[in-house]
Design a protein around this ligand. Structure first.
Ligand code: MN3
Length: 251
Protein backbone atom coordinates (compact mmCIF):
# COMPACT_ATOMS: atom_id res chain seq x y z
CA UNK A 1 0.00 0.00 0.00
CA UNK A 2 2.65 2.44 1.12
CA UNK A 3 4.92 1.42 -1.72
CA UNK A 4 2.13 1.79 -4.20
CA UNK A 5 1.34 5.28 -2.95
CA UNK A 6 4.97 6.27 -2.99
CA UNK A 7 5.34 4.97 -6.50
CA UNK A 8 2.19 6.76 -7.55
CA UNK A 9 3.48 9.98 -6.03
CA UNK A 10 6.75 9.55 -7.94
CA UNK A 11 4.80 8.99 -11.12
CA UNK A 12 2.70 12.07 -10.43
CA UNK A 13 5.75 14.19 -9.72
CA UNK A 14 7.39 12.97 -12.91
CA UNK A 15 4.22 13.65 -14.88
CA UNK A 16 3.86 17.09 -13.32
CA UNK A 17 7.45 17.96 -14.15
CA UNK A 18 7.02 16.63 -17.67
CA UNK A 19 3.87 18.62 -18.34
CA UNK A 20 5.34 21.73 -16.74
CA UNK A 21 8.34 21.34 -19.00
CA UNK A 22 5.93 21.24 -21.90
CA UNK A 23 4.34 24.44 -20.61
CA UNK A 24 1.08 22.80 -19.51
CA UNK A 25 -0.69 23.10 -16.17
CA UNK A 26 -0.46 19.70 -14.47
CA UNK A 27 -3.88 18.10 -14.31
CA UNK A 28 -3.74 16.97 -10.68
CA UNK A 29 -7.40 16.11 -10.55
CA UNK A 30 -6.96 13.48 -13.21
CA UNK A 31 -3.55 12.24 -12.13
CA UNK A 32 -3.43 8.53 -11.18
CA UNK A 33 -2.25 9.34 -7.66
CA UNK A 34 -5.44 11.30 -6.98
CA UNK A 35 -7.61 8.21 -7.30
CA UNK A 36 -6.69 6.36 -4.07
CA UNK A 37 -6.95 9.58 -2.05
CA UNK A 38 -10.43 10.29 -3.42
CA UNK A 39 -11.57 6.73 -2.78
CA UNK A 40 -10.46 6.96 0.86
CA UNK A 41 -12.50 10.12 1.40
CA UNK A 42 -15.76 9.91 3.34
CA UNK A 43 -18.94 10.01 1.25
CA UNK A 44 -20.34 13.54 0.94
CA UNK A 45 -23.98 12.53 0.81
CA UNK A 46 -26.84 11.88 0.67
CA UNK A 47 -27.02 13.93 3.88
CA UNK A 48 -25.27 17.24 4.51
CA UNK A 49 -24.71 19.32 7.63
CA UNK A 50 -27.13 22.26 7.63
CA UNK A 51 -25.49 25.57 8.60
CA UNK A 52 -26.48 27.16 11.90
CA UNK A 53 -29.40 29.58 11.39
CA UNK A 54 -27.40 32.26 13.30
CA UNK A 55 -23.80 33.16 14.11
CA UNK A 56 -21.76 30.89 16.39
CA UNK A 57 -21.68 33.61 19.05
CA UNK A 58 -25.39 34.48 18.77
CA UNK A 59 -26.40 32.53 21.86
CA UNK A 60 -23.77 34.09 24.14
CA UNK A 61 -23.59 34.25 27.10
CA UNK A 62 -25.99 31.34 27.58
CA UNK A 63 -24.20 29.03 25.17
CA UNK A 64 -20.60 29.96 24.46
CA UNK A 65 -19.08 30.29 21.00
CA UNK A 66 -16.58 27.45 21.44
CA UNK A 67 -19.33 25.03 22.48
CA UNK A 68 -21.35 26.03 19.42
CA UNK A 69 -18.38 25.39 17.11
CA UNK A 70 -17.68 21.98 18.61
CA UNK A 71 -21.30 21.01 19.00
CA UNK A 72 -22.40 21.97 15.49
CA UNK A 73 -19.29 21.37 13.39
CA UNK A 74 -17.79 18.35 15.15
CA UNK A 75 -20.64 16.56 16.91
CA UNK A 76 -23.51 17.24 14.52
CA UNK A 77 -21.09 17.06 11.59
CA UNK A 78 -19.86 13.72 12.90
CA UNK A 79 -23.38 12.29 12.97
CA UNK A 80 -23.92 13.35 9.37
CA UNK A 81 -20.61 11.85 8.20
CA UNK A 82 -21.16 8.57 10.03
CA UNK A 83 -24.72 8.34 8.74
CA UNK A 84 -23.43 8.73 5.18
CA UNK A 85 -20.68 6.19 5.83
CA UNK A 86 -23.23 3.67 7.13
CA UNK A 87 -25.49 4.17 4.11
CA UNK A 88 -22.52 3.72 1.77
CA UNK A 89 -22.15 0.19 3.13
CA UNK A 90 -25.56 -0.74 1.73
CA UNK A 91 -25.49 0.70 -1.80
CA UNK A 92 -28.65 -1.18 -2.82
CA UNK A 93 -30.58 0.76 -0.17
CA UNK A 94 -30.87 4.03 -2.05
CA UNK A 95 -31.48 7.30 -0.24
CA UNK A 96 -31.86 10.22 -2.61
CA UNK A 97 -29.83 13.37 -1.89
CA UNK A 98 -32.08 15.96 -0.28
CA UNK A 99 -34.09 13.30 1.56
CA UNK A 100 -35.36 14.15 5.02
CA UNK A 101 -33.61 12.05 7.65
CA UNK A 102 -36.87 12.03 9.63
CA UNK A 103 -38.45 9.77 7.00
CA UNK A 104 -35.62 7.29 7.49
CA UNK A 105 -36.22 7.25 11.25
CA UNK A 106 -40.00 6.90 10.90
CA UNK A 107 -39.41 3.85 8.70
CA UNK A 108 -36.41 2.40 10.49
CA UNK A 109 -37.65 -1.16 9.97
CA UNK A 110 -37.16 -0.67 6.23
CA UNK A 111 -33.45 0.07 6.72
CA UNK A 112 -31.19 -2.99 6.14
CA UNK A 113 -30.45 -4.65 9.45
CA UNK A 114 -26.68 -4.40 9.02
CA UNK A 115 -26.85 -0.60 9.25
CA UNK A 116 -30.05 -0.13 11.26
CA UNK A 117 -28.37 0.65 14.58
CA UNK A 118 -26.00 3.11 12.89
CA UNK A 119 -28.93 4.86 11.20
CA UNK A 120 -30.82 4.97 14.49
CA UNK A 121 -27.85 6.54 16.31
CA UNK A 122 -26.26 8.73 13.64
CA UNK A 123 -29.51 9.55 11.84
CA UNK A 124 -31.09 10.32 15.20
CA UNK A 125 -28.19 12.62 16.00
CA UNK A 126 -28.61 14.40 12.66
CA UNK A 127 -32.38 14.81 13.07
CA UNK A 128 -32.26 15.87 16.72
CA UNK A 129 -29.57 18.50 16.20
CA UNK A 130 -31.13 19.85 13.00
CA UNK A 131 -34.23 20.64 15.06
CA UNK A 132 -32.31 21.80 18.13
CA UNK A 133 -30.54 24.68 16.33
CA UNK A 134 -33.82 25.97 14.96
CA UNK A 135 -35.51 25.98 18.37
CA UNK A 136 -32.93 28.38 19.79
CA UNK A 137 -32.48 32.08 19.03
CA UNK A 138 -30.39 35.01 20.21
CA UNK A 139 -33.52 36.51 21.72
CA UNK A 140 -36.00 34.20 23.39
CA UNK A 141 -39.71 34.55 22.76
CA UNK A 142 -42.97 33.30 24.28
CA UNK A 143 -45.41 30.60 23.15
CA UNK A 144 -48.20 31.99 20.98
CA UNK A 145 -51.62 31.10 19.57
CA UNK A 146 -52.96 27.56 19.63
CA UNK A 147 -49.69 26.23 20.99
CA UNK A 148 -49.79 28.56 24.00
CA UNK A 149 -53.37 27.43 24.72
CA UNK A 150 -52.48 23.77 24.40
CA UNK A 151 -49.42 24.22 26.62
CA UNK A 152 -51.67 25.79 29.26
CA UNK A 153 -54.43 23.19 28.99
CA UNK A 154 -52.30 20.06 28.64
CA UNK A 155 -49.11 20.80 30.55
CA UNK A 156 -50.12 23.57 32.96
CA UNK A 157 -48.48 26.46 31.10
CA UNK A 158 -44.96 27.58 30.32
CA UNK A 159 -43.65 27.86 33.88
CA UNK A 160 -44.97 24.43 34.78
CA UNK A 161 -43.47 23.01 31.57
CA UNK A 162 -40.06 24.47 32.45
CA UNK A 163 -40.25 22.79 35.86
CA UNK A 164 -41.28 19.45 34.36
CA UNK A 165 -38.58 19.60 31.68
CA UNK A 166 -35.84 20.61 34.15
CA UNK A 167 -36.79 17.74 36.43
CA UNK A 168 -36.82 15.33 33.50
CA UNK A 169 -33.43 16.65 32.36
CA UNK A 170 -31.91 16.10 35.79
CA UNK A 171 -33.21 12.55 35.69
CA UNK A 172 -31.53 11.53 32.43
CA UNK A 173 -28.74 9.16 33.39
CA UNK A 174 -25.82 9.51 31.00
CA UNK A 175 -26.54 11.01 27.60
CA UNK A 176 -29.94 11.80 26.15
CA UNK A 177 -32.62 14.36 25.49
CA UNK A 178 -35.72 15.83 27.10
CA UNK A 179 -38.48 16.16 24.55
CA UNK A 180 -41.67 18.12 24.14
CA UNK A 181 -43.62 16.09 21.60
CA UNK A 182 -47.02 15.61 20.09
CA UNK A 183 -48.05 12.05 20.77
CA UNK A 184 -50.14 9.85 18.46
CA UNK A 185 -53.34 11.62 19.54
CA UNK A 186 -51.74 15.05 19.08
CA UNK A 187 -51.46 15.81 22.77
CA UNK A 188 -48.43 17.55 24.24
CA UNK A 189 -46.21 15.22 26.24
CA UNK A 190 -42.82 15.63 27.94
CA UNK A 191 -40.59 12.59 27.76
CA UNK A 192 -36.94 11.63 27.78
CA UNK A 193 -34.99 9.49 25.33
CA UNK A 194 -31.56 7.96 25.82
CA UNK A 195 -28.62 8.55 23.47
CA UNK A 196 -29.76 10.00 20.12
CA UNK A 197 -33.03 8.08 19.95
CA UNK A 198 -35.50 10.25 18.08
CA UNK A 199 -39.09 10.53 19.36
CA UNK A 200 -40.01 9.70 15.74
CA UNK A 201 -38.96 6.10 16.45
CA UNK A 202 -41.96 5.78 18.75
CA UNK A 203 -44.46 7.61 16.61
CA UNK A 204 -44.13 10.94 18.43
CA UNK A 205 -43.59 14.23 16.67
CA UNK A 206 -40.80 16.31 18.25
CA UNK A 207 -41.48 20.02 18.79
CA UNK A 208 -38.56 20.93 21.04
CA UNK A 209 -35.71 18.97 22.56
CA UNK A 210 -33.18 19.79 25.23
CA UNK A 211 -29.84 18.17 24.49
CA UNK A 212 -28.50 17.01 27.86
CA UNK A 213 -25.38 15.28 26.51
CA UNK A 214 -22.35 16.69 28.30
CA UNK A 215 -20.99 17.94 24.96
CA UNK A 216 -23.86 20.46 24.94
CA UNK A 217 -22.80 22.25 28.12
CA UNK A 218 -19.62 20.91 29.73
CA UNK A 219 -17.16 23.61 28.58
CA UNK A 220 -19.14 26.38 30.25
CA UNK A 221 -21.28 24.68 32.88
CA UNK A 222 -19.03 21.71 33.71
CA UNK A 223 -21.09 19.20 35.68
CA UNK A 224 -23.92 21.66 36.37
CA UNK A 225 -26.54 20.42 33.93
CA UNK A 226 -29.33 22.22 35.84
CA UNK A 227 -27.63 25.61 35.32
CA UNK A 228 -27.37 24.95 31.58
CA UNK A 229 -31.08 24.12 31.39
CA UNK A 230 -31.96 27.26 33.38
CA UNK A 231 -29.86 29.38 31.00
CA UNK A 232 -31.46 27.75 27.98
CA UNK A 233 -34.86 29.26 28.79
CA UNK A 234 -33.45 32.66 27.79
CA UNK A 235 -32.85 31.56 24.22
CA UNK A 236 -35.76 29.28 23.33
CA UNK A 237 -37.33 30.22 20.00
CA UNK A 238 -40.97 29.73 21.02
CA UNK A 239 -42.10 31.47 17.83
CA UNK A 240 -40.57 28.65 15.81
CA UNK A 241 -42.00 25.99 18.13
CA UNK A 242 -45.49 27.57 18.04
CA UNK A 243 -45.39 27.51 14.23
CA UNK A 244 -44.15 23.93 14.19
CA UNK A 245 -47.07 23.00 16.43
CA UNK A 246 -49.56 24.72 14.10
CA UNK A 247 -48.14 22.96 11.05
CA UNK A 248 -48.24 19.55 12.78
CA UNK A 249 -51.84 20.07 13.93
CA UNK A 250 -52.88 20.88 10.35
CA UNK A 251 -51.06 17.88 8.89
MN1 MN3 B 1 -25.62 17.31 21.02
Amino acid sequence: MLTTRRQALKTLTAAAIASTALGKIPAFAQAPAAAPAAAAKAPTGPFTLPPLPYAYDALEPHIDTETMHLHHDKHHGGYVNKLNEALAKEPTFVVAPGSNVDELLKNLAAVPESIRTAVRNQGGGHSNHSLFWQTLAAKGSAPTGAFAKALEAELGGLEKFKETAAKAGAGVFGSGWVWLVLDGSKKLVVLTQPNQDSPLLEGHYPLFGIDVWEHAYYLKYHNLRADYITALWNIVNWDFISQRYDAAMKA
